[in-house]
Design a protein around this ligand. Structure first.
Ligand code: PLI
Length: 472
């Protein structure tokens, strides 16, 4: 197969082209290697056809997740040496707190070991049995913590989000009519908060518009409902607002981020994504009472309220990472690399979620394996095939991830059956993107001969992490 690497794909690229490039150069490298096809087959069987269970030494290009997989900068590594490992009152905590206040704008900060630690705290603080938690599509760990606290998650995202081919520019938006209908049905006192994510991971990294969050704030105010943000990839969301929303093309990413957050009462954060670190998270809130509760609970579940499960050096790396993450040239090259891969695949007419989102390409396994029933795990199958072809590791985001309805115990059948090629930040080059695209093409070309999978082991919680499969 000819490589698309150096071949001009449009007239614009051929003549007078102006490419973007990463705003960094490489100072240290980590060797990777591809094991043989026989070894890949053996490794996949031993992993029960679940890419989460592969050893990373058996992986060539690792697109499992963008979580904790970023390359840190020389400044962040230098910051690691400034770790103040005091049990209480570490100076790195106060640095982190001041940076979160400056860039996200919230008053109070509670550090946690990673995002789900913060999800646990906010869910326990606000949700009571019988509550409903509306949100713009579920995320696995977020919804589980809401359910474990006694809540029922209700999806109020716009319909376009469930259609992988719909080109709506803000497929992460909340459908305000759906939300208002829920408020009227169950009563505002049964809704502790609206759970808003920017971008929406499970929809393909799709953004929420500023207009939508502004209106959402108005609706929440009318009913006295709190609005909390999953800010995990909010910097990428800000990029799409800058690119697509009227009035924001000259605003900086930092300004857009801060305005967006100003419409919300607080946020939980997996610092392992936008914030460019390998571990960390935080909860930030404006309400005094929520802060009181979260600060008290964090000492039970995470660690003292000035470290929350992170080492001092980790908090320093997060603080520096936040500042780096909101630089316009960083975000542009990050999303630009994802888009480069998306353009290659689209050119070969491989079905992906469109528009391409901020952190990943989502292959549409329903269209990829058009004849395969959802019970045969098409997205899991596609992840397995990709690994067998080239050692590229991806992740299922379909029926296995959706899990079972806690009421009925039956499988949920999500409209989206996707395989995610998640791009770590500042880690891979354009040549890696070409290799990935060519492997997807090879798997696509032999899609007619591919058999699906059956689940042979299913753990109780978040089954996709540890489930095992066998070839049908
Ligand atoms: O993995 P954590 O616990 O640091 O964060 C949980 C989490 C919360 N919200 C969102 C939108 C996420 O994407 C998220 C984690 N995502 C992972 C691990 C991923 O691979 O997408």
């Amino acid at each position: 197969m000819s490589s698309p690497h150096n071949r001009p794909r449009t007239m614009g690229q051929q003549f007078g082209r102006r490419s973007w490039a990463e705003p960094w150069k490489i100072k240290m490298v980590e060797p990777i290697r591809m094991i043989s096809a026989e070894e890949r087959q053996k490794a996949l069987e031993e992993a029960g056809y679940n890419t989460f269970l592969l050893h990373s030494d058996d992986v060539y290009i690792d697109l499992l997740t963008d979580s904790g997989t970023s390359a840190m900068s020389d400044r962040q590594w230098a910051g690691m040496m400034l770790g103040d490992e005091a049990y209480a009152g570490s100076r790195n905590f106060y640095h982190l707190e001041s940076v979160i206040r400056e860039y996200y704008g919230y008053r109070h900060v509670v550090p946690t070991h990673q995002g789900r630690g913060a999800e646990h705290l906010i869910s326990r603080a606000l949700i009571r049995p019988g509550h409903y938690v509306p949100g713009n599509m579920y995320f696995t760990t977020t919804r589980l913590h809401q359910e474990l606290a006694g809540g029922t998650f209700v999806d109020v995202i716009v319909d376009e989000a469930h259609d992988p081919a719909n080109l709506h520019p803000f497929k992460g938006n909340v459908d305000l009519a759906k939300l208002e209908a829920l408020v009227k049905r169950v009563g505002p006192e049964q809704i502790p908060y609206v759970s808003l994510a920017g971008t929406v991971n499970m929809a393909g990294g799709q953004p929420v518009s500023m207009a939508n969050v502004r209106e959402l704030r108005g609706l929440c105010d009318r009913y006295g409902i709190r609005l909390y943000l999953d800010a995990t990839r909010m910097v990428e969301n800000a990029f799409f607002i800058q690119e697509r929303e009227e009035g924001y093309d000259t605003a900086s990413i930092a300004a857009i981020l801060k305005e967006f957050c100003s419409y919300t009462d607080g946020a939980w954060m997996s610092a392992k994504k936008d914030n460019l670190v390998n571990i960390g998270g935080w909860l930030a809130v404006n309400d005094e009472d929520v802060f009181e509760q979260a600060r008290n609970m964090v000492v039970v579940y995470e660690g003292l309220h000035t470290y929350g499960g992170m080492a001092g050096r980790d908090m320093e790396a997060v603080a520096i990472g936040i500042v780096e993450s909101v630089q316009d040239d960083h975000v542009r090259s990050r999303v630009g690399q994802v888009r480069y891969l998306g353009d290659l695949l689209s050119e070969w007419e491989i079905p992906i979620v469109a528009p391409v989102g901020g952190h990943a390409i989502f292959l549409d396994a329903k269209r990829f394996y058009a004849d395969m029933p959802q019970d045969h795990f098409p997205a899991q199958t596609l992840a397995a095939e990709l690994y067998l072809d080239s050692g590229v590791r991806s992740m299922e985001r379909g029926i296995a991830s959706a899990g079972r309805d806690p009421e009925t115990g039956r499988n949920r059948y999500p409209a989206l059956e996707l395989t995610r090629l998640t791009i770590p930040r500042r880690v891979y080059t354009q040549a890696h993107m070409d290799v990935i695209a060519e492997s997807v093409k090879a798997v696509y070309d032999k899609r007619g001969q591919t058999r699906g999978l059956e689940m042979v082991y299913e753990p109780e919680y978040l089954r996709f992490f540890q489930a095992r499969f066998a070839r049908l």
